[in-house]
Design a protein around this ligand. Structure first.
Ligand SMILES: C[S@@+](CC[C@H](N)C(=O)[O-])C[C@H]1O[C@@H](n2cnc3c(N)ncnc32)[C@H](O)[C@@H]1O
Length: 274
């Protein structure tokens, strides 16, 4: 596939806060799929995803959603998965995997029936520019699904086994999210996506906003556990001790803990028909 490039705006080349090459990354990306695929699939189905569509999955991660999309558009539709490091994406007969930065791998103008970009734009300082380029890659009538967490909503603890566990959880969140921001992430961007998508001329722009609670040892608690391992060095550098992290991980596996996921904003828009 021929691709086009987005030139990053000056000073906005943030470095993605996680790294798919780490031992823990496969777990992290699989947990994301387990938590989020159900909701994203529903939105894509409602948007009319069907046999024969050409779809790009931006920042495909573990490829769990990608594989499902491949099944929905087969046999004639094709899927392109783009990722900085696509090592965790399984191959498929109607799938092309592209390794690299989406800024350099924008699909050709008016080539895609649908584009999915989940948990990627929040990490990119030049997210609005990238989004505008992705919109141009849609065919007239094509659909874009922009899904990001609103991590500014922090009323996450539904139940905690102890005050200490609550304190450690809050400290972990403060530290991890601050680290993400230092890498260019915007933890509240998801709330602005509808306005930006309206401004890009998309029609039928709608946000689906959801969360659910998970007990220790399941869902989002497993994701936090995994993130605490993947980002251990950064958490320690920011003042958490290794003992703190051991205690935090114990709490995250304790069924007495109940945590809400961050609010997931899945915003859908359609390029006007010609
Ligand atoms: C948080 S994960 C989300 C994975 C998947 N979209 C999901 O929601 O389950 C972000 C993924 O986007 C990839 N990524 C981050 N920045 C990217 C960029 N500039 N271009 C392409 N992929 C990127 C990462 O390598 C990672 O696999």
């Amino acid at each position: 596939m021929t691709t086009t490039t987005v030139e990053p705006a000056g000073g906005t080349t943030g470095r993605y806060m996680f790294d798919n090459a780490t031992t823990e990354a496969r777990n992290q990306l699989q947990y994301l799929g387990a938590i989020l695929d159900f909701g994203t699939r529903r939105v894509l189905s409602q948007a009319g995803l069907a046999t024969g569509w050409n779809v790009t999955d931006v920042g495909a991660g573990a490829g769990t959603l990608t594989t499902w999309i491949c099944d929905q558009v087969a046999p004639s539709g094709r899927v392109t998965a783009v990722d900085l490091d696509p090592r965790h994406i399984p191959s498929g007969p109607n799938l092309t995997v592209c390794a690299g930065d989406i800024r350099n791998l924008i699909p050709p103008e008016a080539s895609q029936d649908a584009i999915v970009v989940r948990l990627v734009l929040m990490h990119l300082p030049d997210r609005e520019q990238v989004l505008a380029s992705l919109v141009r890659a849609l065919v007239p009538g094509g659909v874009i699904v922009v899904a990001d967490w609103d991590c500014t909503w922090r009323d996450l603890l539904r139940r905690s086994p102890s005050q200490r566990a609550s304190q450690l959880f809050e400290r972990f969140q403060d530290t991890l999210l601050a680290f993400g921001e230092s890498r260019g992430a915007d933890m509240g961007w998801a709330k602005r996506a509808p306005e930006v998508m309206d401004g890009l001329g998309l029609v039928d722009v709608t946000s689906h906003i959801d969360s659910r609670s998970w007990r220790g040892g399941t869902g989002i608690c497993l994701l936090h556990h995994s993130n605490s391992i993947q980002k251990e060095a950064e958490l320690v550098a920011a003042g958490m001790s290794l003992d703190d992290l051991v205690e935090l991980r114990e709490a995250l596996m304790d069924p007495e803990l109940m945590v809400s996921a961050y609010l997931m904003h899945t915003t859908v828009g359609r390029r006007p028909a010609a």
